[in-house]
Design a protein around this ligand. Structure first.
Ligand code: FEO
Length: 403
């Protein structure tokens, strides 16, 4: 195995995580640029490891720790989040590093026990505002339930002024740079947006709560160190906090997405005509075929769209299977969309567009117009109706935004 090195974050804090260059799937989310599992080593009188890494990366983490200290000198391990991309190495770490204590939240104790049963020793439960003294630094905990799991918490290291934020403020981005200032802003925006849309969208209100709570805690933060992607240093963390604030607000944007799949290109032709109507009404519009765009990219583009029109053919009395996949994914993440609409071509009975409309209603997405449907191949008149339907959807959004 290669000899891996730790990377200094600041003073006595080291990054000792792992880079997963080849990860392309994270519970349904296509991570096209891989990810990192960030773990951090704090050198103090009590040497402390913050989080671990996914199980197959244990040796990489150990090698990085060993480049700074003998891993058996670790006194404490903190588990900020029980999901296995961060806790997968916990049992081996406790056994092989012989740490004296393992800290987690109350929900963390339940989750870690339910994952690892008797393989873990006794856990020390901490709650919001609890602190542990490490020597020159203390570590203070804040529970952040549902960001991203019930057990989640963040930890603040005084002295070094580092906020270890676990999944919050992260992104899936593998790379040789450990710090955000080593990447261009456009790339950081793209990956932060994709991560938020696919991991945290459902918990937008909790992100807003956390962003409102942080200033009240009077934490003097110089570094935000999430468990995935780059670390924010020298005060530039306000960039990621403000991006997260923008994403969590889900304010409807003056733009439209037309999402569809097609069997014999009739629904595709309808999508094109609908897009023309939306554009004519002045909305920047994106047309997405589920043949060429997978669900995690699609949800990233859908997030905060003012108008979402979804089209499907009807196959065997149902919507097209790719739309079923997309709608199940959307239903879980609950994007807030101001104006929705369903459309589609059919040959026999035409249930597809109706099912899309029902799914949008179940997601509390307002549909001011009835579904636009067409039997078999749309002629010029049918396409003109689609164009008008798209234009009307755009006008409904503009009325809503302007009122
Ligand atoms: Fe990175 Fe919720 O795990």
């Amino acid at each position: 195995m290669a000899d891996y090195k730790a990377v200094k974050v600041t003073g006595n804090v080291w990054w000792v995580g792992a880079v997963d260059w080849h990860l392309r799937e994270f519970h349904g989310y296509r991570t096209s640029r891989g990810s990192t599992y960030n773990a951090f080593l704090v050198i103090d009188e009590k040497i402390t490891l913050i989080d671990t890494v996914k199980a197959p990366f244990f040796e990489e983490m150990r090698s990085r720790i060993a480049s700074v200290i003998d891993p058996e000198k670790i006194d404490y391990i903190v588990s900020n989040h029980a999901e296995m991309d961060h806790s997968g190495s916990l049992v081996r770490a406790m056994q092989e590093f012989k740490a004296e204590k393992l800290f987690c939240s109350m929900q963390g104790e339940k989750a870690l026990r339910a994952h690892f049963h008797d393989a873990l020793p006794e856990l020390t439960v901490v709650k919001t505002a609890d602190s542990i003294e490490l020597g020159k630094n203390s570590l203070t905990f804040v529970e952040t339930k549902m960001l991203h799991w019930p057990d989640s918490m963040i930890s603040y290291l005084s002295g070094e002024k580092v906020l270890f934020s676990q999944d919050a403020f992260g992104m899936h981005l593998a790379g040789s740079g450990r710090f955000a200032d080593e990447y261009c802003d456009a790339l950081l925006y793209e990956e932060a947006r994709k991560y938020f849309a696919n991991i945290l969208l459902l918990q937008s209100a909790k992100i807003t709560d956390l962003l409102n709570t942080l200033p009240t805690l009077n934490l003097d933060i110089d570094f935000v160190a999430p468990d995935h992607g780059p670390i924010w240093r020298n005060g530039d963390h306000n960039k990621i906090l403000s991006l997260y604030s923008e994403f969590a607000a889900q304010k409807p944007e003056k733009r439209a997405v037309v999402l569809f799949d097609t069997m014999w290109h009739s629904t595709e032709a309808m999508a094109g005509a609908i897009a023309e109507g939306l554009i004519e009404a002045g909305l920047p519009t994106e047309v997405i075929s589920l043949h060429s765009c997978e669900r995690s990219e699609a949800i990233t583009r859908i997030m905060s769209a003012g108008v979402l029109a979804i089209g499907t053919p009807t196959i065997n009395n149902n919507m097209y299977p790719s739309l079923g996949d997309m709608l199940v994914y959307m239903r879980g993440l609950k994007p807030k969309i101001a104006v929705g609409g369903a459309f589609g071509s059919f040959g026999w009975s035409g249930e597809g567009a109706k099912q899309i409309a029902e799914a949008l209603t179940a997601m509390q997405i307002e549909q001011p117009l009835p579904p636009m449907v067409n039997k078999y191949v749309p002629d010029d008149a049918a396409l003109e109706n689609c164009r008008i339907w798209g234009k009307n959807l755009a006008e409904k959004l503009l009325e809503k935004i302007n009122n």
